[in-house]
Write a protein that binds this ligand. Structure first.
Ligand code: XLS
Ligand code: NI
Ligand code: NI
Length: 420
């Protein structure tokens, strides 16, 4: 039971026929909440998340789990997300690395059993270690490719062990810095091969959840292959991966791609591939992946409108977010989660009000009403010919002037519902 007093979030409250907690399966990102301590390109950490223990030790790995579960219980958050390397440090070789993460994941699993807190998704960190400087699935070296594949195998095993709903591929180094040294076709084919092997192995060991790709256009590479939702969907279709994969849409990545968060959600949903969300936000004046805790209620309302229309997520809302560098105390972490959870809860409430109000949906239905009958219905059937369309155009004379799009009228409805 959460001990935090939320203004809007009430896990049991029913919205559009479902509990708030079912619409909003919130997750804590291990790497940000328990690791990120404020270091950036220009300075070292401003927070201390070592708990007096040696950095990279197993004792610290277990302590992080203690702190994480305590925090999730306090906040009433029911899920967490992890990279293999967030749970346990890298050993001297693959065998030792695997043994270390086995030990820590046993510890985490025991805590899950004791608390009922579940895993939303797992992933493999294939971007931090220098071996991945030229990519993982896209590596020019088959030895590095094999090492990446081995870490995907292990991370899948960990995800199954911890009962994860999903498995994420985020390709931090899967891209290029210069085309003068890169065969893009070759590299994307190899990435697909790695993903196909992951699907085959995952299904073999009983992983029934969704695989996700998390689109991001750049950073750390100049260009990442999973640029945005549309590019990623095309890749999945091209390689026959669309049955097993959905998208994990991150708000800040949408901004980096020159899209709105809502655009990316809609694009994924239109393809039936809206799976999960990394809930964060960037700063439009900074222009990099600052992973801030989301507080913009317009964005959250738009997001939840898309999520309700899509029928909910198979995944959840992972707070892939960290405190700003000067917010460096443990209380700041709680304030951040509390603020963002209330932001999304309010977004859900307002999105549901918009739908119940009906004016927006009604306007959109009217806007396309011409397609309900006659030549419009024929077009919608997909079987219309140019000859039929020409015959219609000749018979009708000039088409009537199109009606107004009414953007400002509709925006005023949004403001009315948000603010009265
Ligand atoms: C980085 C990504 C990363 C993924 C998980 O920008 O958002 O945190 O979510 O590897
Ligand atoms: Ni992310
Ligand atoms: Ni990100």
């Amino acid at each position: 039971m959460s001990t935090i007093k939320y203004r809007h979030y009430d896990a049991e409250r029913i919205i559009q026929g479902r509990k708030m907690s079912d619409w909003l399966p919130f997750a804590l990102a291990w790497w940000h909440a328990l690791d990120a301590a404020g270091a950036d390109q220009f300075g070292v950490a401003t927070a201390d998340k070592t708990h007096g223990l040696p950095y990279g030790s197993i004792a610290l790995a277990k302590k992080k789990a203690d702190v994480g579960f305590e925090l999730m219980q306090k906040l009433g958050i029911n899920y967490f997300c992890f990279h293999d390397r967030d749970l346990a440090p890298e050993g001297r070789d693959l065998a030792e690395t695997n043994a270390l993460v086995d030990e820590v994941s046993d510890y985490v699993l025991a805590k899950q059993k004791a608390t009922g807190i579940a895993c939303l998704w797992g992933t493999a960190n294939m971007f931090s270690h220098p071996r991945y400087m030229n990519g993982a699935g896209s590596a020019n070296s088959p030895d590095v490719f094999a090492r990446a594949a081995a870490s995907v195998k292990k991370a899948l095993e960990l995800t199954v062990k911890l009962g994860g709903r999903g498995y994420v591929f985020w390709g931090g180094r899967e891209g290029y810095d210069t085309l003068w040294n890169t065969d893009t076709k070759f590299e994307t084919e190899n990435i697909a091969t790695l993903m196909k092997a992951a699907v085959a192995y995952g299904r073999k060991i009983g992983f029934t959840g969704d695989f996700y790709i998390e689109p991001k256009p750049k950073e750390p590479t100049k260009h990442q292959y999973d640029f945005d939702a549309a590019t990623t969907i095309g890749f999945l279709w091209q390689h026959g991966l669309d049955k097993d994969f959905k998208l994990n849409i991150e708000a800040n990545h949408a901004t980096l791609a020159g899209h709105t968060f809502r655009h990316e959600l809609r694009t994924a949903a239109d393809a039936g591939m809206l799976g999960s969300i990394d809930a964060n936000t960037g700063d439009s004046l900074l222009g990099w992946d600052t992973d801030e805790f989301p507080y913009n209620v317009y964005d959250a309302t738009e997001c939840m409108y898309e999520v309700i229309k899509a029928g909910g997520l198979t995944g959840g809302f992972n707070f892939d977010a960290k405190n700003r560098r000067p917010s460096n105390t443990p209380e700041d972490i709680e304030y951040a989660f509390k603020m963002s959870i209330d932001t999304f809860a309010l977004g859900l409430i307002k999105a549901a009000e918009l739908i119940d109000d009906g004016r927006i949906d009604g306007f959109i239905a009217d806007r396309y009403a011409g397609y309900n009958a006659g030549i419009g219905a024929k077009i919608r059937s997909g079987s219309v010919t140019l000859e039929e369309l020409e015959a219609h155009a000749l018979a009708q004379g000039n088409p009537p002037a199109p009606p107004s799009g009414r953007q400002e009228y509709l925006e005023d409805i949004i403001n009315e519902i948000l603010f009265g």
